[in-house]
Design a protein around this ligand. Structure first.
Ligand SMILES: Cc1cc2nc3c(=O)[nH]c(=O)nc-3n(C[C@H](O)[C@H](O)[C@H](O)COP(=O)(O)OP(=O)(O)OC[C@H]3O[C@@H](n4cnc5c(N)ncnc54)[C@H](O)[C@@H]3O)c2cc1C
Length: 434
């Protein structure tokens, strides 16, 4: 028998559960299909910027904050022993709410619970779903167990490797950027309490942020394909020296544990140019994602949820409404992707101009205006591609000055490398926004 619903959501992870919460209005019937029977223990995003947390209602946000930790902004350390540059969220806007650090499994558990409590929402677990079509339009979903649900709108929230994206013929460029070794560190103290830290000076950037009372998550970026058993030794030898005390000792203690605290995850960048088709939209990572350095992934997911809820509050899920969603979500997502790519390349650049690029970034941050503009862009408070281009140009001009002064070694080699770096980045930026 075919059931009837208003919205069928494929994927009950972070985005799917957040969608169900936001779209439940007491009138819509919403069915969420989640392939897994049991909660996933796989590491995924845990640091949420404040800008899109308003998608959650107050009661839900209070529940999440109770099980996580407040985040005040970013602290970026250029190299071991040097002071951090602080980028508090409140530098972008004095009444900005705080961000949130929370274990991913706990976050999803709370969102699913909140969704299930909403009238009209049903979550089905162990239900791998695929979309059904009639005359080129998505009309619902079916599962391997024989469930069939017809719906006015199907939302694909199946994550970055979305099979639905391929099924719809929506092009995607997928790049394996690096790997994250994620370590939970208990009884840990961050140099700047409450801040998400980016520590440079190791072979890859390290991200460390609070996820609960006394608990810190450390994410180590590994460029080459690592073999998990060799990772602890690599972290001890190459990354620990870039971690300030007392966090370093706590990190080493966690690495000495039984290994349960360490996970390895691949970081992909997925760039799409379209995410809707008649009767269906891709939402969250299914619509694209970037490297986790700027912790922007879930803000993009929540922005998708917010924009979609807004469009559906105004009209039926017509092709025109879905196209408006698509246009509005890319305006936000593109700036996040471009900023993340640019920053990741800057902090990891191993060519001759690398020291000048990083030196220029920290010089640029000496100005309060620059710190305010940067945290506005990082947190998604400002999603203008023009602002991003303007601030990025300032850093590049600063890098050229440092190269000219010989601060990055032999001038000719460093200048050639800077020109190549700049040219490649601007071509990517123009391509991303065309
Ligand atoms: C290493 C790493 C660190 C990150 N750190 C951050 C961070 O600090 N801050 C941040 O904002 N973001 C971060 N992110 C990004 C963040 O994790 C993602 O943006 C977010 O998890 C995406 O949620 P999603 O629900 O769209 O996809 P997923 O989390 O992948 O969920 C997809 C769900 O769909 C289900 N599913 C798949 N196929 C089907 C099907 N056919 N039928 C039914 N169910 C299906 C899956 O079982 C899964 O539950 C990070 C990502 C990585 C990889």
């Amino acid at each position: 028998m075919t059931e009837q619903a208003d919205v069928a959501i494929v994927g009950g992870g972070f985005t799917g559960a957040a969608l169900a919460c936001a779209l439940a209005d007491g009138r819509r019937r919403i069915v969420v299909f989640e392939a897994r029977r049991t909660p996933s223990a796989r590491f995924a995003g845990e640091l949420l910027h404040p800008t899109r947390l308003g998608v959650f209602d107050d009661a839900l946000l209070t529940r999440l904050r109770r099980r996580g930790a407040d985040v005040l902004g970013f602290a970026v350390v250029p190299e071991p022993g040097r002071p951090a540059t602080l980028l508090p969220y409140r530098a972008a806007s004095p009444d900005a709410p705080l961000g949130l650090g929370i274990e991913h499994a706990v976050l999803v558990e709370e969102l699913r619970r909140a969704a299930a409590e909403r009238p009209g929402v049903e979550l089905r677990f162990g239900a791998r779903a695929e979309v059904t079509y009639h005359e080129g339009r998505a009309i619902g979903v079916r599962t391997g167990e024989g469930d069939r649900v017809n719906a006015d709108l199907v939302l694909g929230a199946e994550g970055r490797h979305s099979p639905l994206r391929a099924q719809l013929g929506l092009p995607a460029a997928t790049r394996l950027v690096s790997f994250t070794a994620a370590l939970r560190v208990r009884k840990a103290e961050l140099p700047h309490a409450g801040f998400g830290h980016v520590l440079l000076g190791a072979p890859g950037p390290i991200l460390a942020y609070p996820i609960g009372p006394g608990d810190v998550r450390m994410c180590f970026d590994l460029a080459s394909n690592p073999h998990l058993p060799s990772v602890p030794a690599r972290l001890r030898a190459q990354y620990a020296p870039a971690v300030p005390e007392p966090l370093r000792s706590a990190m080493l203690r966690s690495l000495d544990g039984d290994g349960e605290e360490l996970q390895l995850v691949a970081n992909h960048a997925v760039r799409t140019t379209g995410c809707v088709a008649p009767g269906v939209a891709l939402v969250g990572d299914a619509g694209g994602c970037a490297h986790p350095l700027t912790a922007a992934g879930m803000s993009v997911c929540l922005n998708d949820v917010q924009v979609l809820a807004d469009e559906l509050a105004r009209s039926r899920p017509s092709v025109a409404a879905l196209r408006r969603f698509e246009l509005r979500r890319y305006r936000f997502a593109r700036t996040r992707e471009t900023l993340t790519d640019a920053l990741y390349e800057l902090v990891s650049h191993t060519g001759e101009c690398g020291p000048a690029l990083r030196g220029a970034l920290f010089n640029y941050w000496r100005s309060a205006r620059a710190r305010s503009a940067s945290i506005a862009l990082l947190s998604g408070e400002d999603s203008s591609s023009l602002a991003l281009g303007r601030e990025w140009s300032r850093v590049l001009v600063g890098a050229a000055t440092l190269v000219a002064r010989g601060a990055s070694g032999p001038r000719v080699a460093a200048l050639g490398d800077l020109l190549a770096f700049t040219g490649a980045r601007f071509r990517r930026m123009l391509h991303a926004h065309d």
